[in-house]
Design a protein around this ligand. Structure first.
Ligand code: FEO
Length: 408
């Protein structure tokens, strides 16, 4: 995609990445891709806001060269030091050695730690403005959205917020960069939630602080570093972010629904999973089912984040919990997916052990165990009938808990 002028003198000069399999070396994006959105302001002074991952160095400099000669560049605004935003920096400084790098105090130390860069770095204060000519930049410190050095940059004349990771999503851009170029941006909304829960969510309190800090700031465009540029409905993505962050702080109840995590070795726990799911479905509670051995936690976390109930079906494996289930629960612990109601079932062959390990994992998760049962070997018809009622009972609990929190 060629550069796109999003407002007079302000260009998107981003690049799509469809070849990186794992974002942060961890989160799968081989099907979705990702964009590294960079923005260039061509004025009396010329500035680039955010850059690109190094894997796209050639493409990135080609984008910039379509608009200006890189040697004429005055400033690079480093909203965030993570290398998906800053990876081309060393090469840029070889091509434009007199450019001034702008960032927070923490950015200064990170520039040295990550790239050995100590010269031509200028620290900008929270709220400081920088006139470029017709355009003026204003810097808004937003620590831990996503790293401690992170800030956003606001262009005053056009009311554009360059929000960095905040309000961004996985997903390479599919021809258009603006929300109004997609009749149904559901893909980007889904991938914005996945990005949020995978990358940003443990800092939800600070996300809310950042959103509060923007209160009253006129926003005509939100231009994140990944995914869509929100031109038609900038407030929509802000409200989605507020909702996801409030789930973490408890300011907003999570959605009535159950995330059903199951794993099975030879199909016995799977048979029970179907019975339990039947019971849940009979109660009309939304249900999302994941086979934890075949689904990356990246795709499971959004459901866990947004739904208030978790059903766990996993067998004993070598005296402990089925390892793929342990892995998902450990990732959920790391990502601070907290305050869930949970029930568990599973099969065992001789001595068991899964339940003990599972219960030990609940304390750091801060999940409340409401019910559990185990069965030996293959489930009998009686076991399956019990499983169906077990699922229905848990679904009723989720509904009644939701009614109770609505009444508060
Ligand atoms: Fe887009 Fe924190 O990296």
């Amino acid at each position: 995609m060629l550069p796109i002028e999003i407002r007079p003198g302000i260009y998107w000069v981003g690049v799509n990445d469809r070849t990186t399999d794992l974002f942060e070396g961890l989160w799968p994006i081989e099907e979705e891709g990702v964009s590294y959105n960079s923005y260039l302001i061509d004025d009396e002074k010329k500035a680039i806001i955010d850059l690109s991952k190094a894997i796209k160095t050639d493409d990135f400099f080609d984008q910039v060269a379509h608009v200006i000669d890189l040697a004429d560049l005055d400033y690079v605004v480093i909203n965030h030091m993570e290398p998906d935003h800053s990876g081309v920096l060393r090469m840029l400084l070889r091509l434009a050695p007199r450019v001034t790098l702008l960032g927070t105090e923490k950015t200064r130390s990170m520039l040295e730690a990550f790239y050995g860069i100590t010269e031509n770095v200028r620290v900008v204060a929270d709220g400081e403005t920088l006139p470029l000519g017709k355009h003026t930049l204003k810097f808004v410190h937003t620590p831990f959205v996503h790293w401690p050095e992170t800030m956003m940059t606001y262009e005053v004349s056009q009311q554009i917020l360059f929000s960095c990771d905040a309000f961004g999503s996985y997903g390479a851009l599919r021809g258009g960069i603006f929300d109004d170029e997609y009749p149904d941006p559901v893909f980007y909304e889904r991938e914005a939630l996945r990005y949020y829960v995978n990358i940003v969510a443990i800092f939800s309190k600070l996300v809310l602080q950042a959103i509060d800090k923007l209160d009253g700031v006129p926003l005509s465009i939100i231009a994140p570093s990944h995914g869509l540029v929100w031109r038609e409905k900038p407030g929509h993505i802000v409200e989605l972010y507020r909702r996801w962050a409030e789930y973490a702080t408890g300011a907003r109840p999570t959605e009535v629904g159950i995330t059903f995590l199951y794993g099975t070795m030879y199909g016995n726990t799977e048979k029970m999973m179907n019975a339990v799911a039947q019971g849940i479905a009979e109660e009309g509670v939304p249900l999302t089912i994941f086979d934890v051995a075949r689904t990356h936690p990246s795709y499971i976390l959004p459901a866990l984040w947004t739904q208030r109930g978790v059903m766990v079906g996993a067998p004993t494996y070598e005296g402990s919990l089925f390892p793929p289930m342990t892995h998902v629960l450990e990732v959920a612990t790391t990502k601070r997916v907290r305050n869930k109601l949970v029930a568990r079932f599973g099969s065992y062959g001789w001595s068991g052990g899964a339940q003990r390990r599972f219960e030990a994992m609940l304390e750091p998760l801060r999940w409340t165990l409401t019910d559990s049962f185990e069965f030996v070997g293959a489930p009998t018809d009686e076991d399956l009938r019990y499983g169906e009622e077990f699922g229905a009972r848990f679904a009723r609990l989720i509904k009644s808990e939701a009614q109770a929190s609505d009444a508060q």
